[in-house]
Design a protein around this ligand. Structure first.
Ligand SMILES: [Mg+2]
Length: 248
């Protein structure tokens, strides 16, 4: 690998950038990444957990990419080896976590909305996912809630209450999708993985959701540490990388 450009890494989002959303990588893209890897160091950073990323990019993902950051880098692999882990419960601690969960459940209990189902808070290793209607609603109920929320602003009102109540914990509240919002410590977006990339002076990031509102690639795209590239599809990712790194 001596021929690779030193100090430069190409870092990729997964969904919509290396694969179609929630789909498996194409053989063409896998082959392309291996070609690219001859020239530059390559890494992936996805919001999903390691199991999901392995399903999408293949179970050899930690060998196919120099760096694999799942859950935005809360789980970090370098050259096939695990180099770091972080979790919400270790970081915040059980007491404060319980405080947030209790308050949130009380708030939802007092909320008057047309229907409620189950799983109002999903505990994930790096975040809480909060849903006023409950995550195990049907697709139809989900669509209905989204429409209702657009008019009634259920989620945004809830977020402003929580944001004020827990201002001292430096949390980020991110409204996305149809029925929920995420709660996680500040900086636990995709920029989290950059702490493992100090040796690189030129970090090219490629992502499809680089826009400001609700774009999960926005922070890393905007970061001073990266050169951000917005892509529209996996095909566009290949096209931009060819032009940038392969000279065609
Ligand atoms: Mg994406």
């Amino acid at each position: 690998m001596a021929a690779r450009i030193p100090g430069l890494i190409a870092l990729f989002d997964v969904d919509g950038t290396l694969t179609a959303p929630r789909k498996v990588v194409t053989p063409e893209m896998s082959k392309f990444m291996q070609e690219l890897r001859k020239v530059v160091t390559v890494g992936v950073v996805g919001g999903s957990d390691f199991v999901k990323i392995s399903e999408q990019l293949g179970n050899t993902v930690t060998n196919d990419f120099d760096y694999v950051f799942s859950e935005n880098g809360l789980l970090a692999h370098k050259e096939g080896k695990l180099i770091g882990t972080q979790s919400l419960k270790d970081f915040i601690g059980e007491e404060k976590l319980k405080e947030i969960i209790n308050f949130t459940l009380h708030y939802i209990a007092d909320l008057d909305i047309p229907i409620k189902r189950g799983t109002f808070i999903e505990f994930r290793s790096g975040m809480l996912n909060v849903s006023p209607i409950g995550r195990n609603c049907s697709q139809e109920e989900r669509d209905e809630f989204e429409k209702y929320d657009k008019v009634q602003n259920i989620r945004s009102k809830m977020v402003s209450v929580l944001r004020e109540k827990f201002a001292h914990l430096n949390l980020t509240f991110s409204v996305g999708g149809q029925i929920s919002f995420d709660v996680f410590p500040q900086g636990w977006d995709k920029t989290y993985c950059l702490k493992y990339l100090d040796e690189f002076s030129e970090i090219h990031f490629f992502g499809d959701k680089t826009y400001k509102v609700g774009g999960n690639d926005h922070e890393i795209y905007e970061s001073e540490r990266t050169i951000g590239h917005t892509v529209t599809s996996p095909e566009d990712t290949m096209k931009q990388c060819k032009a940038l790194f392969l000279g065609n």
